[in-house]
Design a protein around this ligand. Structure first.
Ligand SMILES: *Cc1c(COP(=O)(O)O)cnc(C)c1O
Length: 396
């Protein structure tokens, strides 16, 4: 059965009905003035969500992974040095991509559950006197572990070391959900996808390039064709693409950014924070712990939850799917079987999150974990009720 239960995977996320409808269009000539009326507002909306004023926004038919590839292929040369931390599956995969591109990665391994180590980055950048490192890669929100990293601190480390590398940030599971300051953090390339904070189906890789990154692209020699931002820029100048764009998704993206900006970015971020705090309250009520090691690392979009030693966390996900028709995230990579994940990003309300927590409690009771049904829900209700009261107070 295909139910309309919300999904609690950390992407793809739940799609608002109006956005689904906006994506569902008859065939449109993608070289017509109508397409221009979709393309440019969508790009401008994305820039606002990323808080980028001077960046160029490129939207590629693809996914976040395609965005990673666009970031690398457009700005770097074979053999260039990369500095990146590996603290979860997504940072791992971006590093793997760099290696496949023949880039030389200085990989800092940190415990899964920890964040990007800005201090260590500063040390390595200071030692790179020859300027071999051309890009610093940072995964803003590591979706595998539910860890948010301090990108401003990474920028400060780069500046303190006086290093000129490009700062490339994977914001796939943070942009549009948590504060993201393209300008403020001096980001050079930001990457996201359509199916997380933007509440769309998968199918778009969404990128922002700073003027410094654009300048690097003029001399960079890694080969690129489909991901060429030069070709894309020429297409955009003619209100078109170098190939056939996903017009329906672009129309959905335009609406999604309008909705997010109408809600107010600060309100969108506050909603995500409140939902995350509710989920975490439930986790502690179950006497469990987030995989994220310290409170400042807690993600507002996804919580990876450690289950008791000897218990296979993935059975929670399979049991929930089989018996309650509800989707949660499994543990990935090094933490497979040790954590399960609750995604709390995109179109979600307090009530939807409560339904997810109640379902987790049924699943855990079925699987004989020592959890009192209702305990997590009650804890989350406590957070949400105070949330509602304080919102009321704020409105007065
Ligand atoms: C989902 C995700 C990706 C991968 O994006 P795709 O759209 O699946 O290619 C990359 N990075 C992070 C942090 C993610 O959450």
């Amino acid at each position: 059965m295909i139910s309309q239960n919300p999904v609690f995977i950390p992407g793809p996320t739940n799609i608002p009905e109006v956005i689904r409808k906006a994506c569902d269009m008859p065939t449109v000539d993608h070289r017509s003035p109508f397409f221009a009326s979709v393309l440019h507002p969508a790009r401008e909306g994305v820039a606002k969500v990323m808080r980028a004023t001077d960046a160029e926004i490129y939207i590629i038919p693809g996914t976040g992974t395609g965005g990673w590839e666009a970031a690398i292929a457009n700005t770097l040369n074979p053999g260039d040095g990369i500095l990146a931390a590996r603290n979860g599956l997504f940072s791992h995969k971006w590093i793997d991509m760099c290696q496949r591109f023949g880039l030389e990665v200085t990989q800092v391994d940190v415990q899964w559950g920890d964040g990007v180590p800005a201090d260590k980055f500063e040390e390595i950048l200071r030692a790179d006197k020859a300027g071999k490192i051309k890009a610093v890669l940072a995964t803003h929100n590591e979706t595998a572990t539910g860890v948010v990293s301090d990108i401003a601190a990474v920028r400060r480390a780069m500046d303190a070391a006086g290093h000129g590398a490009l700062l490339m940030v994977d914001g796939v599971s943070s942009i549009g959900c948590m504060p993201f300051e393209f300008d403020g953090w001096g980001v050079d390339v930001a990457v996201t996808g359509s199916q997380k904070g933007f509440m769309l189906p998968a199918g778009l890789g969404i990128t922002g390039f700073s003027q410094k990154a654009i300048a690097a692209s003029k001399t960079a020699t890694l080969p690129r064709t489909y991901f060429s931002i030069d070709d894309m820029r020429k297409g955009y100048a003619a209100n078109a693409y170098p190939y056939t764009p996903a017009v329906g998704l672009m129309n959905g993206l335009k609406l999604a950014t309008e909705m997010m900006l109408a809600e107010g970015l600060d309100n969108v971020f506050a909603r995500h924070k409140r939902l995350a705090e509710g989920v975490r309250a439930a986790v502690f009520a179950w006497d469990m712990k987030p995989c994220a090691l310290r409170p400042e690392l807690y993600s507002d979009t996804v919580t990876a939850i450690c289950t008791p030693e000897g218990f296979n966390a993935s059975t929670i996900v399979s049991h929930a799917s089989e018996h309650y028709d509800m989707a949660f995230g499994t543990g990935l990579g090094d933490v497979a079987g040790k954590v399960f994940r609750i995604g709390h990003l995109g179109m979600l309300t307090d009530a939807m999150v409560l339904s997810g927590l109640a379902t987790v409690e049924m699943v855990m009771s079925d699987l004989d974990l020592n959890v009192t049904p209702g305990s997590g829900v009650a804890a989350a209700q406590g957070v949400f009720r105070r949330g509602a009261a304080s919102m009321k107070a704020a409105a007065q």
